[in-house]
Design a protein. Structure first.
Length: 263
């Protein structure tokens, strides 16, 4: 497909989804919202792609809704009322039920709605100059979905502070690492994409089917209590029995060779 607000690339087994509105810090207008929905599905359905990396061009990863569009087009946030009230959202990998591993590589500023993509990624890494903050309350808006997602991953106190301090404080990459918001800080920042590609290639060496089932089990665990989550996880575990990869993995280990996974 052809996109105007994002770029879709493929480097080996790694698909890249790149926010490409650097002149407005990759703010998400209505067109980008729609294109993201299509791009996630394009990469998830591509059999040549095993892992997806999401990043941004320029000084920002993503800065949420395009406030200029909202303030000036006469429609404002009302265009999103039905989709929000029905929770019929499609712009993140989680919304689109992407089965492949998703790595968010946060460059520069990640603000407001940009936190959706951090909350909904499977793995998050950041450049050493990355900053995170949520300015919703500072511009008279409510923050909800993205910070609720973050509260499932990092301490509640840290999320509440971010939500209520708004644009008046920014979390740096090192603090994000301490809280578990990211799992790696890349320094110098210019090496972020290289580091993301290297990490993605490591992930891509694993069984696609086993990773998809593992991802489903872990995300389901965020929805359920401990016992119910373990029961669901067991279903995914046993569901792999008899699959080509489930027998190929041990055989390759014994034969001291790289496994040949089913595509």
């Amino acid at each position: 497909m052809t996109y105007e607000t994002i770029k879709v690339e493929r480097h080996g087994r790694v698909g890249w989804l790149i926010n490409a509105r650097p002149e407005v810090l990759n703010a998400m207008n209505n067109a980008m919202r729609d294109e993201l929905a299509d791009a996630w599905l394009e990469l998830d359905r591509d059999p040549s792609v095993r892992v997806i990396v999401h990043t941004g061009e320029g000084r920002a990863f993503q800065t949420g809704a395009d406030l200029a569009e909202i303030a000036n087009d006469g429609v404002g946030m009302q265009r999103y009322q039905d989709s929000l009230m029905n929770f019929d959202l499609h712009f993140t990998s989680w919304h689109q039920n992407v089965s492949k591993p998703v790595i968010a590589a946060v460059n520069g500023i990640c603000a407001g709605g940009g936190l959706h993509f951090v909350a909904d990624a499977d793995i998050v890494i950041a450049a050493s100059d990355a900053t995170f903050f949520d300015p919703h309350v500072s511009v008279g808006q409510v923050t909800a979905i993205e910070v609720i997602g973050l509260a499932k991953k990092i301490p509640f106190e840290a999320v509440m502070r971010m939500a209520l301090v708004g644009s008046h404080e920014r979390m740096n990459a090192q603090r994000a690492l301490e809280l578990g918001l990211v799992s790696q800080v890349v320094d110098p920042p210019a090496q972020l994409r290289e580091a993301a590609q290297e990490l993605a290639e490591k992930v891509a060496r694993n069984s696609p089917a086993a990773m998809a089932a593992t991802k489903k089990a872990l995300w389901a665990a965020l929805e359920l209590g401990l016992t119910d989550a373990c029961k669901v996880g067991t279903q995914h575990l046993v569901g792999m029995w008899g699959h080509h990869d489930q027998t190929e993995g041990p055989l390759a280990f014994v034969e001291k060779r790289e496994p040949r996974w089913a595509e």
